[in-house]
Design a protein around this ligand. Structure first.
Ligand code: GAL
Length: 659
């Protein structure tokens, strides 16, 4: 048995990590001294260094220039600031691409992704991997015993795919491991269709540019392969740094709800789960988007997690980028802490003056230490330090799990589907939003996870399910759980082969569907009226079994009189998407019957309540003033005030209540 891995607690030690990506190579050394002074002022205790430093560390092949990083690490340490040290492998130096063009990825059209941006590496390139391993090895050896080192950050937002020749060779190896021989591959990919039968492995390619619709299982396997190849790149570097520093935890930062990585699988390989999160300050659903990503990250971590990046104010990659209005940075930061973050960090410390992100905010913006953003950052740093001792390390589990699986997402996204309006991530968001608006706390789970601890499990949509997942859902209901599923669930198996009858027979039996005759997708603006609500997006022509109850029935149109919502015991099936308020109310009422309810009764619409251990966070996402009824007396950790019966929250106000 290997020793247990250190987690985030080994780094935080009762503090909330506060800081951000720090790119000192963009500044003269004299500025570094100003930086550490301001970091101290702002309560920064952690910075992430080296994310894009490869060409500085290795300006020519094999040359190492660590002197500047030595001085920087020493300076940070002298000022009590810990370092999350990144391997620089997400942005190879130009010489690598020039000397070894095969390290550059190609897109599906065969175009090369050149240097001049970032992430221009082929996950499959042996040369890239060798150079990445070498710089990682030397970095780890050099700083293994540096007292500033707290955490390893591998690469950055792994996200590249590659359709090139070396990737094709690795894809074949990957496919051999998955499907055995060519007969297995031909069967899984259904190559009897359109004369696609493969007679030699050399014919098997990534799904490159093609005349018309590509083979869906080839596309699905390529997405799996891409996630696995990137994971191999991650674990290779992780294993190097672990060998040098067994006591230092390792992370890599996820993008939120990102289609390119099976994050359930990845999280198992990390000591600390971290995520980057950039809700749009102008999006009325921004807070819920944040809540979704935070719920998912907490669930992947199974404990405290790290908000690796957020923006102090504006980003620069939306069509129109507005700053965060006063108070919003604080509110969204506390929202992350409420949902289990023990680290609140930013991209980036000091706003760049040059390069592609010079209009992206920093903790220290172009306005410098007198700018509003920095002043707000400093106040937040002080508040986080105040609440940290009573907050860190605590974990909460919700009563409700929302199921999500990347493989189902990938399979569902094929271009030959019945409606491009149906999108896995949109549905996940819509269902989570309904639960969030009902003030119901949610975890996320994988369909093969043990669901026994949850009172209610909801499946916005899981188009493809393994047999194991199907059995898991059936078993969950058999053991007394309440399951609510949306349409297009269990339609296909893991190879995207449609299940007999258009939906897995075990699931049809579970929900009381005798025959699923036809799918009836809806146009934009079109609704399917039922006797209970208006359905949107989708509808279905279903016959029910005698024991199933039609909880809502289509009225008018081609489906008149057919069931829209079916229930058999504790298993619910929604063949359409109820309008937002109806979905919220339906899920709230099913939750009540399942024995769970809102985090706090009687909450105003704009106020979110989140429990973390026995702490109660109140977060006001509106701009007016609200009064929240909270039975009993509570001490607000932010202010020290004791509230009895009510808490008044102003614009973007927050309270962290201890019993
Ligand atoms: C992240 C990335 C950072 C920075 C940031 C800008 O995706 O990791 O390096 O580019 O976005 O919002």
């Amino acid at each position: 048995m290997s020793a247990p891995r250190p987690g985030l607690g080994a780094v935080t030690r009762g503090r909330i990590l506060f800081g951000g990506d720090y790119n000192p190579e963009q500044w003269p050394e004299v500025t570094w001294h100003d930086d550490v002074r301001l970091m101290r002022d702002a309560g920064v205790n952690s910075v992430t260094v080296g994310v894009f430093s490869w060409s500085r560390l290795e300006p020519r092949p094999g040359v190492r220039e660590f002197g500047w990083l030595d001085r920087l690490m020493d300076l940070l340490h002298e000022h009590g600031i810990g370092v999350v040290l990144a391997t620089p492998t997400s942005a190879p130096p130009p010489w690598l691409g020039r000397l070894h063009p095969e390290t550059l990825p190609r897109d599906a059209d065969g175009r090369v992704e050149w240097w001049g941006g970032r992430q221009h590496f082929s996950h499959s390139s042996a040369v890239y991997r060798r150079h990445a391993a070498a710089i990682t090895e030397d970095l780890a050896a050099r700083y293994a015993h540096h007292p500033a080192l707290t955490l390893w950050h591998i690469n950055n937002e792994y996200c590249t795919a590659d359709w090139g020749d070396e990737a094709a060779a690795r894809f074949r190896d990957w496919l051999r491991a998955r499907h055995g021989d060519l007969a297995g591959l031909n069967s899984a990919w259904g190559t009897a269709f359109w004369s696609q039968g493969y007679g030699d492995w050399a014919e098997v390619l990534p799904p490159r540019h093609a005349h018309y619709l590509k083979n869906p299982t080839q596309v699905l396997d390529f997405k799996r392969f891409t996630s696995d190849m990137l994971l191999e790149c991650y674990t290779a570097e992780r294993d190097i740094v672990r060998r040098h520093t067994p006591g230092v935890p390792v992370t890599t930062n996820f993008m939120p709800l990102w289609a390119g990585q099976d994050a359930w699988r990845w999280a198992e390989e990390e000591d600390v789960v971290s995520v980057d999160l950039y809700p749009d300050p102008r999006d009325p659903h921004g807070a819920q988007h944040g809540a979704l990503v935070q719920d998912m990250t907490r669930s992947q971590a199974g404990g405290p997690w790290m908000l690796m990046e957020q923006a102090a104010s504006a980003v620069n990659w939306r069509p129109v980028n507005r700053p965060k209005p006063p108070g919003l940075n604080r509110l969204w930061s506390l929202q992350a802490v409420a949902r289990g973050a023990d680290a609140v960090c930013y991209f980036q410390w000091r706003q760049s003056r040059q390069g592609a992100e010079k209009f992206h905010s920093g903790m220290v913006g172009h306005a410098g230490e007198h700018g509003r953003a920095f002043r707000e950052v400093g106040r937040l740093g002080a508040e986080l330090a105040r609440i940290a001792p009573e907050v860190t390390g605590r974990h909460s589990r919700a009563d409700i799990a929302v199921l999500h699986d990347w493989h189902a997402w990938w399979a569902s996204a094929h271009e030959g589907r019945l409606s491009t309006r149906v999108d896995h991530a949109d549905l996940l968001t819509t269902w989570h939003r309904a639960l969030w608006r009902a003030h119901l706390a949610t975890d996320f789970a994988h369909p093969e996870h043990d669901l026994g601890a949850y009172r209610m499990v909801v499946v916005p949509q899981l188009y493809a399910l393994t047999d194991r997942a199907v059995e898991n859902l059936v078993g969950y209901v058999r053991d007394g759980g309440t399951l609510v599923s949306g349409f297009l669930t269990g339609v296909a198996d893991q190879d995207d082969r449609i299940r007999e009858g258009g939906m897995d027979a075990r699931l049809r039996a579970l929900f009381g569907i005798r025959t699923l005759h036809e799918w009836w997708p809806l146009e934009t603006g079109e609704t399917a009226t039922t006797d209970a609500f208006d359905g949107t997006l989708w509808s279905e022509e279903i016959d029910k079994t005698p024991d199933a109850v039609a909880e809502a029935v289509y009225r008018g149109g081609d489906l008149d009189g057919l069931p829209a919502v079916l229930r058999t015991g504790r298993a619910w099936y929604l063949s359409t998407l109820p309008a937002p308020d109806a979905l919220r109310d339906l899920l709230a009422s099913i939750a009540r019957d399942a024995g769970t309810g809102p985090v706090l009764a009687g909450l105003p619409a704009d106020v979110e309540a989140v429990r973390r251990g026995d702490l109660l966070f109140l977060l006001h996402h509106g701009r007016g003033t609200v009064t929240v009824e909270v039975p009993g007396s509570h001490r607000d950790l932010l202010t020290g005030t004791v509230h009895t019966g009510t808490v008044v929250l102003g614009r973007y106000g927050a309270a962290v209540l201890a019993p």
